[in-house]
Structures are given as C-alpha cells and as structure tokens.
Design a protein around this ligand. Sequence first.
Ligand SMILES: CC(C)(COP(=O)(O)OP(=O)(O)OC[C@H]1O[C@@H](n2cnc3c(N)ncnc32)[C@H](O)[C@@H]1OP(=O)(O)O)[C@@H](O)C(=O)NCCC(=O)NCCS
Length: 154
Amino acid sequence: MDMKGTTALIEVRDIDGAATKDLRRRVLRNHIPGLPADAPSDDFPDTWHLGAFRDGHLLGVVTGFSEEAPGHPGVRAQRFRFMAVEPSAQGSGVGSTLIRQVIERARSGGDRLLWANGRDTALDFYTGLGFEAVGEMFTDPLSLLPHHVVLLRL
Ligand SMILES: CC(C)(COP(=O)(O)OP(=O)(O)OC[C@H]1O[C@@H](n2cnc3c(N)ncnc32)[C@H](O)[C@@H]1OP(=O)(O)O)[C@@H](O)C(=O)NCCC(=O)NCCS
C-alpha cells in the first residue's frame, strides 16, 4: 500500500499508548532487534499519544508529556518522543501534520517550549517546521544513533 502522493485528508486524534507500539517497533526499533519500544514516560499522568489516520489507517504516531527543556529550567515545556510514520507513507505530509497538532496542543496548554531528542537523520524535517537544533550532537544510549535536541519556542 503506497500512500505517497495521495491527497486524502489526514485526521489526527488521541489514541491509546498500546496503539503506538507497532509503528514504534517497525519504524524506530527495526535496526536493533529486541530494543524496547516503550519508556516510563508512556505512563506519566499527563502523557498523551496522538495518531494520524488516512482512510482509517493509522500512519503516524507520537507521544508527549510535560518536561522542562535542557537549559531552560523553570520554563513550561512539552517534550515529545517516539515520532514514527509508516514507511510507505513517509514524505506524504503525515509527520508534519502530526507535529503541527503537537505544536497547537502545547501552545494552547500554556507551554512556552516544545522539544525532543531528534535523530540527526530527521533534523531537516524538524528545522523545516521551525525547530532549531541546539547543543552538541549526542549518541542516544538505546538506539545508538546520533541525535540533537530540537527546540521550538511557542
Ligand atoms: C521523520 C519523519 C517522522 C517525518 O515524517 P514524514 O511524514 O515522512 O514527513 P512529511 O511528509 O510531513 O515531510 C515534511 C517535510 O520534511 C521533509 N522530510 C521528511 N522526512 C525527512 C527526513 N528524514 N530528512 C529530511 N527531510 C525530511 C519532507 O521532504 C517535507 O519537506 P517539504 O515540506 O519541503 O516537502 C518520518 O519520515 C519517519 O518516521 N522517519 C523514520 C523515523 C524517524 O526518523 N523518526 C523521528 C525520530 S526523532
């Protein structure tokens, strides 16, 4: 099923954490077998999970919660993790639609900053949405991939 180039509308809505796991595993954990696809932050009291659907198919997921951004103590911030888009749908607007909803959610909730540990392979995606890559590159201890903090002032 190739979703690229489709013009069908993307609908974003809250989903259960359990519904994020399949995309997380296939998209973010495919390079190291057995790597966990969850984290304690999945169960924080204010954790939310968003899903992006096209024609009823779940094509993208992201999870977020309140956490101060590195270097910005005392500033209300929202962090997101586990951003994953179905491989056949990548590049067709699913991820940017999801992030725009995340931005709206954080802004309307009173947060001043939105941030994530972004894979270097996705940095252009984030900067294209207005994020800046801040600080030094670091290797994520679980995925073993190079990352930067990506930060958006709301
Ligand atoms: C990175 C990812 C979330 C982006 O979602 P997506 O649905 O593919 O992105 P979109 O189609 O909304 O693309 C929006 C823009 O970003 C660009 N873009 C998307 N992925 C990109 C990437 N990895 N590198 C550079 N640019 C990218 C697109 O070309 C598009 O540019 P345009 O507006 O000039 O056309 C998705 O490709 C993905 O899941 N990748 C693998 C897992 C991953 O890296 N997750 C992020 C971990 S931090």
